[in-house]
Design a protein around this ligand. Structure first.
Ligand code: CO
Length: 188
């Protein structure tokens, strides 16, 4: 599937609010091809030359509903640092990911969140769980996996899985007080 900034569904299209369904495993050839295309989008989107040439907006994740397919599939590529400050890349092609536990402690990105389906900026704290545990089938490694995520990866996972429910990041922003202090929350 051709995925670029013109074909990605935006929030003025009601399909972005659709609920996504579980995907039968093993994956059909069609579902596998779509998930691989989504992953390639994310990889290529952070390559400046390719992004410019193919009209890609830089992203760390994309979910299938964003290309009009209401199925629980998401591709994520997050570059972060580990405890020692060394660079680490977390990358997944997830099918039917499910949050099985989440911390009471909250976290948010100090710079706020963005989304391929949202053209405008929406400022404010998007308050999420600081840590989540996710179970999924991962096409990249061809196995069932458990992800124990904290920090930026935990935020990205929750953002992408929200798309399965038709939820967008700005739905979490308190319009009356967008930068409200959240006691005990981690600022990332
Ligand atoms: Co998004």
């Amino acid at each position: 599937m051709l995925i670029n900034n013109d074909t990605i569904i935006k929030d003025n299209d009601e399909r972005i609010r659709q609920i996504s369904e579980d995907v039968p495993l093993p994956l059909s050839a069609e579902d596998e091809a779509l998930l691989r295309d989504m992953y390639q989008y994310v990889i290529d989107s952070t390559d400046e030359e390719k992004a410019e040439k193919f009209n890609l907006r830089p992203a760390v994740g994309i979910s299938a509903i964003q290309v009009g397919v209401p199925k629980k599939m998401t591709a994520i590529v997050v570059d972060d640092a580990d405890k020692n400050g060394d660079p680490v890349r977390y990358e997944f092609m997830l099918v039917n990911p499910k949050i099985v536990s989440s911390s009471v402690q909250k976290a948010y990105l100090s710079s706020g969140e963005g989304c391929l389906s949202v053209a405008e900026e929406h400022e404010g704290h998007v308050v999420r769980s600081a840590r989540v545990k996710v179970h999924a089938y991962d096409l990249l490694t061809d196995r069932m996996i458990e992800i124990r995520a904290h920090g930026y990866l935990a935020i990205v996972l929750q953002h992408e899985l929200d798309h399965f429910k038709g939820t967008l990041f700005y739905d979490h922003i308190d319009n009356k007080d967008p930068f409200k202090e959240i006691p005990g929350a981690i600022e990332i």
